[in-house]
Design a protein around this ligand. Structure first.
Ligand SMILES: [Zn+2]
Length: 372
């Protein structure tokens, strides 16, 4: 049997959001034993490894899989909040998911020519988020019109978009650079489309403006708050350029904003904030509009009307690449779990491969026993 890698044990545990003590209890071993496995002092017995694999849903082959050469840690990850223990656990889980998805893309990029990352260098010190958003649009030849196919746009610039159940209400999206490839993870739970689009643009801001920041800047709460404000300002300016969006705001009632919602693909709330920032409405008007939106329940998740008119943030690079490989006969779908022996969740988030699709894709000359 190949050696079990200690870092994979920690990774499998953290992906499930479990503590060493919780794993130890589930397996009937001491927490110290789990700590020794993770530090490499001792290896688990074959029996304990099998139990562990089942407990964390990590195939045994994954514990033995060496990380690709030159695979660099993601970092720094941009998180919305990192205050309490539950949030920290969700963040650690998200980080491990990101690493495994990124590792799956290293495998993919050795077989398919993925779009090359093209993050414009527009985040020099002293440049405002407004200017950076404008410069980003120029660098990508976008003009100032609304961007409705946001997912397709980001993918064409080499940014991988993945949807994942992030499982924490404070964490609805995050981004990271792994081995120089940018990734944006969007939450798949309880989100409306307008929010998802804003999140994607917010994460784009982090990738462009904050990729050189050290982890400590992101842990300091004052700095973190400032970076969040910058990312929101960038997202707002990127989705609603002053020159074009600004000219279309003349009816500053809620109905007036709702009429612009489908065209711009942003929430009325985001339009109100942007209009205030562009001095199209005064503070009194903004407060009044927010009061009205609260009274109508628009500020709750999925509370605002007309969200279904907005396009989703689509991602298709991973899925299409796998189709290309399987249709071209380079690999069979059912061989992929051997090539990338990661949990089902990882293959689903990365490439939209479900266990059912693998079941359907068994080789035609294989006869399945009927299910009991
Ligand atoms: Zn952020």
């Amino acid at each position: 049997m190949s050696a079990v890698l200690p870092e994979r044990i920690a990774q499998a545990r953290e992906l499930q959001g479990l503590t060493k003590t919780e794993i130890a209890t589930a397996l009937g071993v001491s927490p110290a034993a789990v700590a020794q496995w993770e530090s490499g002092v001792k290896s688990p017995t074959a029996e304990n490894l099998a139990l562990l694999a089942r407990e964390v849903g990590f195939p045994i082959a994954a514990f033995q899989r060496v990380q690709p050469v030159g695979f660099s840690q993601p970092g720094p990850l941009s998180f919305r909040a990192r205050s309490n223990a539950t949030t920290r656990r969700a963040n650690v889980r998200a980080e491990q998911l990101a690493k495994l998805v990124a590792e799956s893309y290293v495998w993919l990029s050795e077989r398919v020519a993925l779009p090359l990352p093209n993050l414009p260098d527009v985040g020099a010190p002293g440049v405002s988020p407004e200017e950076a958003a404008q410069a980003c649009r120029r660098a990508w030849n976008l003009g100032d019109r609304p961007i409705l196919k946001l997912g397709e746009l980001l993918e064409s610039q080499g940014i991988i978009i993945a949807r994942a159940r992030l499982g924490n209400e404070k964490l609805d999206a995050f981004s990271c650079l792994v081995s120089s490839r940018p990734f944006v993870f969007l939450g798949s739970d309880k989100q409306d489309r307008a929010r998802s689009r804003f999140d994607a643009a917010h994460e784009l801001a982090h990738l462009i403006l904050h990729q050189h920041y050290a982890e400590r800047h992101l842990s300091d709460s004052e700095d973190h708050k400032e970076l969040e404000q910058q990312a929101n300002a960038f997202a707002s300016a990127f989705l609603m350029p002053a020159t074009t969006f600004g000219q279309e705001v003349f009816d500053t009632t809620l109905n007036g904003f709702l009429r612009l919602k489908e065209r711009w693909g942003v929430s009325a709330q985001a339009m109100v904030v942007r209009s205030f920032q562009l001095q199209l409405i005064d503070e009194y008007r903004r407060t009044e509009l927010f009061r009205q939106m609260s009274a109508k329940g628009w500020r709750k998740a999925r509370g605002e009307p007309l969200d279904d008119l907005i396009p989703e943030v689509n991602s298709s690079v991973g899925k299409r690449s796998i189709e290309l490989l399987t249709q071209g006969g380079v690999i069979h779908l059912w061989e992929i779990p051997n090539e990338i022996p990661f949990p089902n969740e990882v293959l689903h988030v990365a490439f939209n491969i479900t266990p059912e699709s693998l079941y359907d894709a068994v080789a035609p000359n294989v006869v399945l026993f009927p299910k009991a």
